[in-house]
Design a protein around this ligand. Structure first.
Ligand code: HEM
Length: 443
């Protein structure tokens, strides 16, 4: 009989495997495993074995292979996201991706830049010198307003708030389900599943109303309207209302929470690094002289871009990616069976001293002189990679510097006394407590 070769890894408990360590400090546990056991290690979440891959070349192998589907944990979220881009697979996913991809080309999303800065200015207009605000809540409101405006052509207001609340409710219990020994399916009538269904019904009512409105109008500038008029190249057909709902819900969810987190962690880091703020303000002063930034300014703001790269290196909003093997394969020296789960973590690889000097230091200057080009592919992958790479990366890379530049020109952040904010890795990298900052007006 051939011997099953399992990569080295921490010994687990009989039933729960390594879940106790995972629940206690997931990020610390991932780092410990990578540093102790190497580029391919193994752990157990309950009865499920995980192949944990920590080398850029192996990550590339997995992300670029057709032998993997999305991780089961993401597909658990079908109830909310339906069969949208994040959760669909195979031919159906490919056909949808081909239909939606052109909508997110850089040239097409440039027209959303004024909406992004207008939303940012409106939000910042509510801030006052000396007050303390929770930057995570502020950035969530802002990115929600940007998403409702650009996706649905709707100005922020009661409707955006209602969507945001329902989305958070639907996602809240999902996060808890991630760490169960035996995840229960969506259709078991638990109080959690009942709350999710209720929140989803509220979201559906809003989305279907918007879809029907858009169907009766001519094409508008918002993404929903563009998607509604998009036609498959092969047969000229468009999307059904149900598919539009799934794609719109997916883009809405995937698009606003991640960018809010990047901005909140960015603000938290800037509050601790006045030397970075000084350089950032000098660049913004020289290029913008106090005016609102535009998309055309972005190539002239290299330091702003480095700050964003560095924020997403240290606090990647998507901190891990999971995949499931369709058929048996080999990763490095180790066989992975059909159905085997592979995990790759931006949190871990972005802190690897083989690629980054003094990896825990917030030091945007490290990106000067083309570090991004010198790094092995997948030593830095905040947007994932391969065929399932983030479809909204250009959108985010326009939104993040525009919002940051607008904020930093008007306010400086300082940290009030209190315990430090540390990341709490749920589906995304959440802060464990409010990100409180004291606002200092600059003009
Ligand atoms: C800082 C902001 C963002 C980060 C860090 C981020 C990160 C990611 C990552 C890592 C993936 C790949 C997941 C995997 O391979 O399993 C992904 C996929 C995706 N993202 Fe983003 N994202 C961001 C912003 C956005 C925005 C603004 C949108 C839309 C407006 C968006 C829509 C999507 C969609 C639809 C997918 C699934 C693509 C597919 O599988 O075809 N994301 N994102």
């Amino acid at each position: 009989m051939s011997k099953v070769l399992i990569p080295p890894g921490p010994k687990g408990h009989f039933l729960s495997g390594n879940l106790p360590e995972m629940r206690h400090d997931p990020l610390g546990f991932y780092l410990h495993c990578a540093r102790t056991y190497g580029d391919c290690t193994s752990m157990r979440f309950g009865l499920k074995r995980i192949w944990f891959v920590n080398h850029p070349a192996l990550i590339e192998q997995v992300l670029h292979s057709r032998n993997f589907t999305k991780h089961y944990a993401l597909r658990m979220n079908r109830l909310l996201l339906g069969n949208g881009l994040l959760t669909s697979e195979g031919e159906f996913w490919l056909r949808q991706r081909r239909l939606i991809q052109p909508v997110f080309q850089r040239e097409r999303i440039l027209s959303y830049a004024p909406d992004m800065t207008a939303c940012a200015e409106r939000q910042i207009d509510t801030w006052h010198d000396g007050e303390v605000r929770d930057l995570h809540i502020e950035m969530r409101k802002l990115t929600l307003a940007i998403a409702t405006k650009t996706l649905f052509g709707v100005d922020a207001g009661d409707q955006a708030e209602a969507v945001g609340c329902a989305l958070r409710e639907a996602m809240g219990t999902f996060d808890q389900r991630l760490f169960r020994i035996l995840p229960l399916p969506d259709n078991v009538p638990t109080p959690g599943n009942w709350r999710i269904r209720k929140a989803i019904r509220r979201l559906d009512a809003i989305l279907y109303k918007l879809i029907h409105q858009r169907r009766t109008e001519g094409q508008q500038k918002d993404l929903l309207s563009i998607l509604l008029h998009a036609r498959h190249e092969s047969d000229g057909s468009g999307m059904t209302d149900r598919q539009l709902r799934d794609e719109a819900m997916t883009l809405f969810l995937a698009g606003h929470e991640t960018t809010a987190l990047a901005l909140a962690w960015g603000g938290y880091l800037l509050a601790q690094h006045p030397e970075v703020v000084e350089k950032l303000q000098a660049e913004l002063h020289q290029v913008l002289g106090g005016r609102t930034p535009t998309a055309a300014d972005l190539p002239n703001l290299p330091y702003t871009e480095m700050v964003i790269q560095e924020v997403m290196r240290l606090y990647p909003p998507a901190y891990a990616i999971g995949r499931q093997a369709i058929g048996p394969c080999t990763i490095g020296d180790y066989p992975v069976p059909a159905g085997g789960t592979v995990l790759m973590s931006q949190w871990v690889v972005h802190r690897d001293p083989r690629y980054y000097d003094d990896p825990e230091r917030f030091y945007p200057e490290r990106w000067a002189d083309g570090l991004a080009k010198r790094l092995p592919r997948y030593a830095y992958f905040p947007f994932g990679g391969g065929q399932r790479v983030c479809i909204g990366n250009n959108f985010a890379l326009m939104e993040l510097p525009l919002v940051l530049a607008t904020m930093v020109q008007r306010f400086r952040f300082a940290l009030p006394d209190g315990p430090p904010v540390v990341p709490k890795p749920l589906l995304t990298l959440q802060p464990n407590r409010p990100v409180l900052v004291r606002l200092h007006a600059l003009r």
